[in-house]
Design a protein around this ligand. Sequence first.
Ligand code: PMP
Length: 290
Amino acid sequence: MKIYLNGKLVDKDKAIISVFDHGLLYGDGVFEGIRTYDCLIFRLKEHIDRLFKSADAIELKMPMTKIELIEAIIKTLKANRLKDAYIRLVITRGVGDLGLDPRKCRHPTVFIITDYIVLYPKKFYQKGLEIVTATTKRNLPQALNPKIKSLNYLNNILAKIDAIKSGTEEAIMLTYNDYVAECTGDNIFIVNGGELLTPPVDIGALEGITRDAVIGLAKKSGIPFYEKLLKMEDVYSANEVFLTGTAAEIIPVVRIDERRIGNGKPGGLTLRLREQFKALTKIDGVRYAL
Ligand code: PMP
């Protein structure tokens, strides 16, 4: 496997970065998780735009242009001959000293990993996922804004540990004042009385690319859609619940904290949106040839 590292394609075991890299020492950096479907990089422009926004939010000056990054991604996919892949694009603050000062980091580190995609097992798409509410609250937007896709994922990891301890794969994260924000690695939607609802990202959630795609599909199909503040009571009493994310795509949720959602089966609108999303992954992105 070839890894793109600071302008070069290197073998996986030679893709090594310094222990003084502030991405490692402090989680100081940004990243993207992108997916390809049969040689189409899904919504690549949107991912690159979000990466630049995240970098801007932490005052990290990008060492490459958007076009250069896209070329580097395609070069890495080609080197690994991958048609259906997961792309991890990472920009760290770079090598510095042991202090926090980002000015000491002269050159950001850029690496791109392209690998086979690891998915939730098929049974979760057929039967639906069981999840829990995390005891760990989502970061305050005024402290570390969850809109920034930074390398600092400890908040999410602590909530993931909550999920694992409860014997599940995902957990809903609430804001400090108990509004539903998102899950550890996915956004959340509910369907109630034919309306599709999701929390506004400003309360403390990542503006998911899959989330945006689903909102677009709903609007196109004339499904009433609203961004709305949600409490867990709204989620428990919803007819349908589903999660969205690059790796998960659209995954139905049928149980939360041991409570059954709807009739305990993946909902009709969830499945319809899933079909429409599948169709979108065939057309909406940047193509490459191997
Ligand atoms: N929320 C969080 C915290 C995430 O890490 C992700 C990405 N895995 C998402 C939501 C979903 O975003 P996207 O649809 O862009 O993958």
